[in-house]
Ligand binder design. Structure first.
Ligand code: NAD
Length: 478
């Protein structure tokens, strides 16, 4: 049975077993893990605290070497790690390998960033004095991640945390322990001093809660649902810990009359349904202007019906299974709700019989929706999409903006005027022109506005804001 990684060793063996089941084939037991609780979490936090000072002062070359080693090994094993990821999370193999590749490059990017940690020297306004503005490690970072990107999300938090000299206590989602364990195993051989990196397998209510409440954890980076995020922010605020939250989305994709029809449908299908719609950046509201609506709706529905749903590792599969029975029940309940609210289900929405027992759902497309319906306002986190008809760009923009979320927003158009206007007026943190709302680069900032995100941006050189604290030092000549 596999265990957590605490203070430089895999440990925490006990009888509380977490069984990792393949959502494409529920007869396939991937692995078993010993769950840990509060006691082991506090142990890991103490180890991280003890290691933080030295690591915070470590040589940038050492940090580069560690991060570069991790990135190189991930990239050289992308096929094997991609397969493991797809087997436990359910995204297709192409998507699994793509995610692992991205994680490898994230470590490589932050290896380089370790060599260029920014700082400034300014002349003081007081005669002869100088002012140094430096960035220092924050200390111990608690990292809490969701199940839908089991390698990439941990990578985009762990890599900058280590890069800027912090120690880490990482708690992955319980649905995806195998990817987290594989990542921890690679990190365990990277040359990090004991205690700098820890990985704990266990429930959010025990391990996650212990991380948030422990005063030795200086900052918490969380990605997950809005409800959990809000409670984490409140608890961190009471003890003045730094916090960064990435949460849900209800991302609009606008299609204007002047769009290329084939391109627009490709972008809608890819952004809405790939990765089984289980992406915080998925296009879940498609908003189409009158002139192209009929043709677009017909082709989008045809393409949705034709999507091949099946085992994640089958090369024919375009859409893998839903991650587990609970998420499948949530998807089905929103499909029922949409019908009760008066929307028309024009494609999919039913269970799919496959060769193996799994959580297979034909992507669902609703038309005739009103943006105030719950299926247009609440995050489903599955392959369930609404299609609405508007008169013109201005109406489309107003509807796109009518949401509590602000993660990603897309538009398909050949009008430079509308593309430019949308980039400036969409309130989301990320805007996509003629590209799907989901699918982002690894070297630029990622994050949203409104209820989607809280705190400094993740990724790219902007990650420095969360993972460092700023010091201003004044000096008169000796
Ligand atoms: P979740 O909130 O249920 O769980 C996320 C993590 O928090 C898990 O590791 C879980 O164990 C832990 N957790 C749960 N309760 C906790 C508690 N009381 N204290 C501390 N930790 C706790 O989310 P999920 O179901 O794993 O993921 C799906 C959600 O993640 C969706 O809402 C999706 O939009 C969001 N998501 C957001 C982004 C983004 O960057 N904006 C990316 C991916 C997923």
């Amino acid at each position: 049975m596999k265990t957590s990684f605490i203070n430089g060793a895999f440990q925490g063996q006990n009888d509380n077993v977490l069984r990792n089941i393949n959502p494409s084939d529920t007869n396939d037991l991937i692995d078993e893990f010993a769950r840990v609780g509060r006691e082991e979490t506090d142990l890991a936090i103490s180890a991280a605290k003890a290691a933080a000072v030295d690591w915070g002062q470590s040589n940038p070359q050492k940090r580069f070497d560690v991060l570069d080693f991790i990135g190189s090994e991930i990239l050289s094993r992308k096929q094997e790690l991609g397969e493991l990821l797809s087997r436990e999370e359910g995204k297709t193999l192409v998507e699994g390998i793509g995610e692992v590749t991205r994680a490898g490059y994230l470590f490589k990017f932050f290896a380089g960033e370790a060599l260029r940690i920014p700082g400034q020297r300014l002349d003081s306004v007081r005669a002869g004095a100088t002012v140094d503005i430096t960035r220092e490690a924050v200390g111990v970072i608690g990292i809490i991640t969701p199940w839908n990107f089991p390698v990439a999300i941990p990578a985009w938090k762990i890599a900058p945390a280590l890069c800027y000299g912090n120690s880490v206590v990482f708690k992955p989602a319980e649905l995806v322990p195998s990817s987290a364990w594989a990542l921890a195993e690679i990190i365990s051989r990277s040359g990090l001093p004991d205690g700098v990196f820890n990985m704990l397998i266990g429930p959010g209510s025990a391990v996650g809660d212990a991380i948030i409440k422990n005063r030795s954890v200086d900052a918490v980076s969380f990605t997950g649902s809005a409800g959990t995020g809000a409670s984490i922010a409140q608890q961190c605020a009471t003890r003045m810990a730094k916090v960064q939250l990435e949460m849900g989305g209800k991302n609009p994709l606008i299609v204007l009359d002047d769009a290329n029809l084939e391109l627009a449908v490709d972008i809608a299908v890819q952004g809405s349904f790939y990765s089984t719609g289980q992406r915080c950046t998925a296009s879940s509201r498609v908003i189409v202007t009158d002139g192209i609506y009929q043709d677009f709706a017909q082709l989008f529905a045809e393409r949705t019906r034709a999507l091949r749903v099946g085992h994640a590792l089958d090369p024919q599969t375009q859409i893998g299974p839903v991650v587990d029975s609970k998420q499948l029940e949530q998807d089905l309940s929103y499909i029922r709700l949409g019908q009760e609210e008066g929307a028309s289900l024009i494609a999919g929405g039913g269970l799919v019989n496959a060769k193996t027992p799994g959580y297979f759902l034909q992507p669902a497309l609703f038309s005739d929706v009103d943006n105030s319906m719950r299926i247009c306002q609440e995050e489903v986190f599955g392959p369930v999409v609404t299609l609405s008809r508007v008169t013109d760009y201005e109406a489309a923009l107003a509807q796109a903006e009518d949401t509590q979320f602000g993660l990603s927003a897309g538009i398909v158009t050949s009008s430079l005027k509308h593309a430019e206007h949308y980039k400036r007026h969409a309130s989301a943190g990320m805007v996509m022109v003629n590209m799907p709302t989901a699918g982002v680069d690894y070297h630029v900032p990622f994050g949203g506005t409104k209820a989607s995100s809280f705190g400094p941006r993740e990724q790219g050189s902007y990650a420095v804001d969360f993972y460092t604290k700023v010091k201003t030092a004044y000096q008169l000549p000796m």
